[in-house]
Design a protein around this ligand. Structure first.
Ligand code: HEC
Ligand code: HEC
Length: 360
């Protein structure tokens, strides 16, 4: 049988909306060392160095391993204690509106700052961090970028360090994948190139934008609307406690000094600060989590905010048999039992796998 493009004109139109990839880079106006080569290099070195934890116990890379797509295979992250959540990959984070599973940060330097001072993670405070940096081999680079450390308030040192980490993380974009080659071939009407995309993946893509309705939340070039939803993953931590998800994220965000509306934003125009100014907590935010990007997804098992699903097959089976009784948040009428066949499950997985670099 001859290979062919199975998609209809409408489906091709929708497929184009998942690109182009990679997106163009815009430096972050809230971070004055964004896109600064020295800051990126310092951020990368610090990311891999246990100096950022108070007792030298671990580095950012201990959980976000650069060799493993910036995550680790444990279901839930192991800090000083076992944390409640799965470690997300740190790729393709530049320019998002919200960070973290519950969206507790509205910018990337704040999302990089919190783990340094979080009790259960690196457990520094601003003073101990300032001392550690002053005594480290990084002091010269730090002072080239930010000036004399001794005249800086320790909170400023903390923010400056976080901004170098953020400058580094902004550079972690994933490459074109087999899917992007297909998408670009469709755009260029290059049929010969398009037909090399596996038919199973094409059928999976048809389900993704069609009957599966995945595209309602996983859309755009990152395959995420970057908003918060209940995807039917149980959010009980034990018999009495729940993971509050977005509700807890908003509580944190609204009392944080490190938002785009706070004093540490370097952008005089406060671009993007409208979002934190306008969010309100609603009961329906309980147990909702940020839609994850699906780029590189086959490299980041296990899945979901608590790492409870071990592979992509399990994720598709979860959606296929979703327990709609358990969906508690308002407005999640989007999700319903799909009752996929074995063939359809395999096709959806085949599609998702083409969103990762490996196959290219
Ligand atoms: C103990 C393991 C652990 C360590 C150490 C750690 N992280 Fe994380 N990281 C996590 C987990 C778990 C999350 C998800 C947290 C949440 O959303 O509640 C996360 C989330 C993030 C996010 C948000 C990602 C997104 O998709 O929005 C960023 C950015 C980040 N970490 C950067 C860092 C940096 C920088 C360091 C070092 C200063 C660091 N992390 C250290 C486990 C860790
Ligand atoms: C209502 C919005 C919504 C729809 C529709 C939806 N998802 Fe999701 N998806 C999410 C959210 C939110 C999460 C994270 C849920 C959690 O951790 O509790 C998620 C998680 C995932 C993950 C795990 C990613 C990771 O890194 O952990 C995959 C894979 C996935 N979805 C694929 C799909 C597919 C395939 C479909 C269609 C069958 C689909 N999604 C439909 C919102 C949605």
């Amino acid at each position: 049988m001859r290979a062919e493009v199975l998609l209809s004109a409408d489906e091709i139109e929708q497929t184009l909306s998942f690109g182009p990839w990679p997106p163009s880079f815009h430096s972050d106006p809230s971070n004055r060392v964004s896109n600064n080569a020295r800051a990126i290099a310092l951020g990368e070195a610090l990311f891999n160095d246990p100096v950022l934890s108070v007792d030298g116990a671990f580095s950012c890379a201990s959980c976000h391993d650069p060799e493993q797509a910036f995550t680790t295979p444990e279901a839930r992250a192991l800090g000083r204690v076992l944390l409640d959540r799965n470690t997300p990959s740190l790729q393709n984070l530049a320019g998002l509106r919200w960070y973290g599973w519950g969206g507790k940060s509205d910018n990337l330097w704040a999302a990089s700052l919190h783990p340094i001072i979080e009790e259960q993670e690196m457990a520094h405070n601003a003073d101990s961090l300032k001392t550690a940096i002053s005594e480290s081999t990084y002091i010269d680079e730090f002072e080239v970028l930010f000036g004399d450390i001794q005249v800086q308030d320790s909170e400023l040192v903390l923010v400056n360090i976080a901004k170098t980490l953020s400058a580094y993380l902004e550079t972690l974009a994933t490459d074109q994948t087999q899917f992007d080659a297909f998408r670009d071939a469709l755009e260029n009407q290059d049929l010969a190139a398009a037909v090399s995309y596996p038919e199973a993946a094409q059928r999976g893509l048809q389900l993704f934008i069609g009957r599966g309705n995945c595209v309602l939340c996983h859309n755009g070039p990152r395959f995420s609307n970057n908003e918060f939803h209940d995807a039917g993953v149980p959010y009980f931590l034990n018999e009495t406690e729940v993971d509050e998800g977005r509700f807890g994220g908003l509580n944190f965000l609204l009392s944080s000094p490190y938002t785009l509306d706070g004093n540490w934003n370097d952008d005089p125009n406060r671009q993007g600060a409208w979002a934190v100014r306008n969010v309100r907590r609603n009961h329906s935010d309980f147990g909702t989590f940020r839609t994850p990007s699906l780029r590189g997804v086959s490299e980041t098992a296990p899945y979901m905010h608590n790492g409870s699903l071990s592979d992509l097959n399990a994720v598709i089976r979860h959606y296929s048999k979703i327990d709609t009784e358990r969906l508690h948040a308002d407005g999640e009428a989007i999700l319903s039992e799909l009752n996929l066949s074995e063939q359809e499950i395999a096709d959806l997985v085949a599609f998702l796998v083409t969103l990762s670099k490996e196959l290219y």
